[in-house]
Design a binder for this molecule. Structure first.
Ligand SMILES: [Zn+2]
Length: 371
């Protein structure tokens, strides 16, 4: 009788993950459990480690989306598996791979026993874990692809002098972070007062917002807030939030292929998303902290919200775009005020930046291009 191994299976036909047993037959790996029976041919089978290298995955290119995973390493000495020379090569490769501490089996049991779909906190946890598991480099490549796509549809001001001034303006913010290289700032010719951030580090600011500012610190307040969205991976989290449980479970075990495909296919969602209230509050808090760390006037973001509110009252009609995506609610402004009041006194230095000259150049460039 062939030995059996405790395993889990994913398949497009299973919602979530199924627990069961795995047996290696002479030409197939067969999983069975409550969700049914699934098999993968040994010929062409791919073996790899996933999770924190806790799990051995069995996959096959003819059965996309189906995989079996087990923590039982005894499967690697299964006689039926060893009778396939191509698998022997793979097993030897895995044997050379350093075996890290096992963990995660309990997670499986919890998920299996409780049923993930009905368990909201577990789902929240999954979203968190998967977002954490996506490598920064992947997120940056993804953001770059998105930016390339968007830039072709927007009017990006690429004048070297203008870009040089912008890059100089944001220096104090970049000095506060270890991942300064990840950020790239752009100006878009657009009269609406807005700014946005893409996953990975592209941050765009509309000419309209720059022209509305009274002090350079106000622009930096907005940019510090946008940087916080990037640093806290808010876009990525929002996207991950949209994905199905099965994709999440597979991803949490270290197979990011499914989620990569999903995120790329749904990237348009990012262009229309707005962040949750708690994400906005978090970005406010971190953005304000960034201003303080940069030794800039921490009241700048709050001041900018006030300008926008005044403008909204004065002009009536639709609120500025930035307020649409960033409603300056009473509670939000109160939170900023409180944070400013309760923070220990900080050094505030004068920012040496000629805002008027910058605005003139923005105005010129924006009008030449849009004419
Ligand atoms: Zn925001």
């Amino acid at each position: 009788m062939s030995p059996t191994y405790s395993a889990v299976a994913y398949d497009p036909d299973i919602s979530g993950v199924a627990q069961g047993n795995l047996v290696i037959q002479s030409s197939n790996a067969v999983f069975w459990g409550q969700a049914g029976e699934f098999s993968l041919p040994l010929k062409g089978l791919r073996l790899r480690l996933g999770g924190q290298d806790d799990f051995l995955f069995l996959e096959h290119s003819d059965f996309l989306g189906r995989s079996f995973a087990t923590q039982d390493r005894a499967v690697l000495s299964d006689p039926n598996l060893l009778s396939f020379p191509e698998l022997v090569d793979q097993i030897q490769g895995i044997g050379r791979h350093k075996h890290k501490r096992l963990r995660g089996w309990l997670i499986f049991l919890a998920i299996g026993a409780l049923g993930i779909a009905s368990l909201f906190p577990l789902r929240t946890w999954l979203v968190f874990r998967v977002t954490e598991a996506v490598p920064r480099q992947w997120e940056q490549d993804f953001g770059q692809a998105l930016w390339d796509q968007m830039a072709s549809e927007l009017t990006v001001l690429t004048d070297a002098e203008l870009q040089g001034q912008l890059d100089r303006l944001v220096q104090p913010l970049l000095r506060t972070t270890d991942d300064a290289d990840a950020f790239q700032f752009h100006i878009i010719a657009d009269e609406s007062i807005n700014a946005f951030a893409l996953p990975g580090g592209h941050i765009a600011i509309h000419s309209g917002l720059i022209l509305e500012a009274r002090r350079p610190e106000e622009i930096l307040g907005v940019l510090g807030h946008e940087m916080a969205h990037v640093q806290r991976r808010h876009s990525l989290r929002a996207l991950v939030q949209q994905t199905g449980n099965q994709v999440l479970i597979t991803a949490v075990l270290g197979n990011l292929d499914g989620i990569s495909h999903y995120l790329l296919a749904n990237s348009a969602f990012l262009l229309n998303q707005s962040f949750s209230r708690s994400q906005e509050a978090e970005a406010d808090r971190i953005g304000l902290e960034t201003l303080r760390n940069a030794e800039l006037d921490p009241t700048a973001l709050l001041d900018f919200f006030e300008i926008l509110q005044e403008q909204e009252k004065r002009l009536g009609g639709a609120p500025p775009a930035f307020l649409n995506s960033h409603p300056a609610t009473h509670s939000r402004m109160e939170a900023l005020r409180k944070q400013i009041q309760t923070a220990p006194p900080a050094e505030v230095r004068h920012l040496d930046f000629d805002l008027a000259a910058f605005q003139t150049l923005v105005q010129e460039q924006a009008s030449t291009i849009t004419k």
